[in-house]
Design a protein around this ligand. Sequence first.
Ligand code: NAP
Length: 316
Amino acid sequence: MENKQIAITQFGGPEVLTIQSSPVPSPQKGEVLVKVAFAGINPLDAKTRAGLGWVASQKKDNLPWVAGYDISGEILTCGEQAERFSVGDKVAGFVGFPLQGGGYSQYICVPETELSLVPEATTLEAAAAIPLASQTAVQALDKAGVHEGQRVLILAGAGGVGHLAIQIAIAAKAEVFTTCSAANLDYMATLGAHAINYEFSPVSERVEEADVLIDLVGGDAALDALHCLSDGAKVVTVPTITADLICEKAKMLGFDATGMLVSPDPEQLDALLYMVSVGLLKTEIQHIYPMSEVDKAHQQIETGHTRGKILLDMQC
Ligand SMILES: NC(=O)c1ccc[n+]([C@@H]2O[C@H](COP(=O)([O-])OP(=O)(O)OC[C@H]3O[C@@H](n4cnc5c(N)ncnc54)[C@H](OP(=O)(O)O)[C@@H]3O)[C@@H](O)[C@H]2O)c1
């Protein structure tokens, strides 16, 4: 059996993503072999492929590199002392973060501690869509201490992280305001958020007295959104590139501000997969690309206008 993986041997545009074959690996102690059904795509995958950011700087002398942190699939073999799962179990995980990656593989060996069981009522598509994005959403909302009755402004509510963050904030009984383009206004309303079209006017002209800002855009949009906040508001800015700038300006205005780096937490993923299984969390999947069209998938994520998530089907 061969294992096709999507690797980069050099940094560059989507065309540097190439399919390589290697033998299917054998699980080591504490690991399981997963046949990957779907791999989720995140902006970090494309940023690293392009040679930008911290992961790329760490990997530059150590290519090829296989991207991908979000996987769902089925357990094929359990290694020695790997006893949490059985052969045939459906699992999902936020794996190899941040340096190893490896999710864009048909077969991958993963420490069993990095995986969660996928409930029967959750599809493998949904399970691959949520690991990194939903944990970013939960961890950002937790950092901000979001609670019942608060007014929470989430920039980029239609994106991978945003569409989940809106639903989780609403489940915590917050009132949610969000920004999106005209094309996503109706979609945002279906999730229960007050949607503001950023193409029409700056959000600072439309929202006031917000207790929390979850910034998923960074840069000028985030700086403008600081003018929507009440005294003592909390700011969590998620894009790392502009985090220092946003935090500095937010603190000058008297707000409590922080950046963040998501951290994989399988127990948190268990809870999120359960929320999906009972319909408390709805995943939006814009498109599923066959692995041979990974270049198109990266072009899409790089538009910055993906609605919800995009996935790779790793078995076709
Ligand atoms: N620090 C961390 O640990 C961490 C973790 C995860 C993600 N991130 C970063 O967080 C950001 C969001 O991630 P993501 O996965 O949600 O990205 P994404 O899925 O690519 O976000 C796409 C969404 O952004 C919206 N958007 C684009 N420009 C906008 C603007 N000016 N105002 C409002 N919405 C806008 C688009 O909506 P429209 O089409 O309606 O414009 C689209 O739905 C990325 O920069 C990512 O790298 C950081």
